[in-house]
Write a protein that binds this ligand. Structure first.
Ligand SMILES: C[S@@+](CC[C@H](N)C(=O)[O-])C[C@H]1O[C@@H](n2cnc3c(N)ncnc32)[C@H](O)[C@@H]1O
Length: 277
């Protein structure tokens, strides 16, 4: 039996473009032998899995895509989608199978990337770490599990990057492996407050946006920086965002990545600053 529960299958074309852009830049993808990428919980349509594959093919023309769903009816309909779109025999292959958090990849294979988007949102928070552990156990060395959430049309997106331990145990709560960072990615044009991200935080964080918690402090500091740098808006929202991210860095937040990523409307914070496992 696949591990997990069937939940709502809501999806939309192009809603995962922000996280896909980030995945395409993951360094392990470029160096992986026979890259296998898993999309867990693709929902009522195959569309976001097909889109991820198209984006990945620009980086790795040999990428093999495997979508898992816990709902057998959605496996059947995703396979029908492939046939309808003339992709049933695509090379490199794209396939859809029944599966859950155990990630039943073929024996001897391990994914360099697992994307699990808008999946844990509908679970209880207590189920997050066991689900992470199950998925991380399957990630290849040098690979990443990307677990996150977004709004219906992908203007607000957040995700946690988790990596397997180098030395064996993948368990979250151990001193190696597990969550590494939180990324927030926003459409900057028309953005009123970056704390709009609070509504779309991953399950591990969404209930912690309360005064006194680092997640709440992060949302406040983003809003404050965005307000302080409002004047830069006349040079474009990107400059205003870059200044906002720089102000968080100056304030002591462990901001990862650099301006190239910030210019995309992203900010990535080292997980240790968020006060969780
Ligand atoms: C809201 S949809 C997300 C669709 C797509 N990933 C997106 O972001 O647009 C969540 C899907 O995850 C599936 N799901 C939930 N738990 C799962 C599990 N443990 N393993 C595989 N699929 C799961 C549900 O059946 C549902 O179709």
């Amino acid at each position: 039996m696949p591990v997990g529960n069937i939940t709502r299958g809501t999806t939309n074309p192009n809603r995962l473009r922000r996280v896909d852009r980030w995945i395409c830049a993951w360094p392990g993808l470029r160096t992986a032998e026979n890259p296998l990428v898993v999309d867990l919980g693709y929902g009522a349509s195959a569309v976001t899995t097909v889109e991820l594959r198209e984006r990945l093919l620009r980086v790795r023309p040999d990428v093999e895509m495997l979508g898992f769903e816990i709902d057998p009816a959605r496996v059947t309909s995703a396979r029908a989608d492939l046939t309808r779109w003339g992709m049933a025999d695509a090379h490199p292959p794209i396939r859809f199978e029944l599966g859950g958090f155990e990630i039943p990849v073929p024996r001897g294979r391990s994914p360099i990337v697992i994307r699990a988007f808008n999946v844990l949102r509908q679970y209880d928070e207590s189920q997050v770490v066991p689900a992470w552990n199950a998925m991380l156990a399957m990630v290849a060395p040098g690979g990443v599990l990307v677990e996150g959430t977004c709004d219906e049309i992908g203007r607000v997106s957040t995700w946690i990057a988790l990596t397997p331990a180098r030395g064996g145990s993948q368990s979250v709560g151990g001193n190696v492996g597990g969550p590494q960072s939180l990324t927030i990615s926003l459409r900057l044009d028309g953005l009123e407050n970056p704390s709009i991200a609070a509504e779309r935080l991953p399950k591990a964080l969404i209930h912690h946006n309360v005064p006194g918690d680092p997640v709440h402090a992060l949302m406040n500091d983003l809003d404050r920086g965005w307000a302080v740098h409002a004047g830069l808006g006349s040079f474009g929202a990107t400059q205003r965002w870059v200044a906002t991210v720089e102000s968080l860095k100056t304030a002591g937040w462990p901001v990862l990545a650099g301006r190239t990523r910030w210019k995309l409307g992203e900010i990535t914070i080292a997980w240790g600053a968020l006060g969780r496992v």
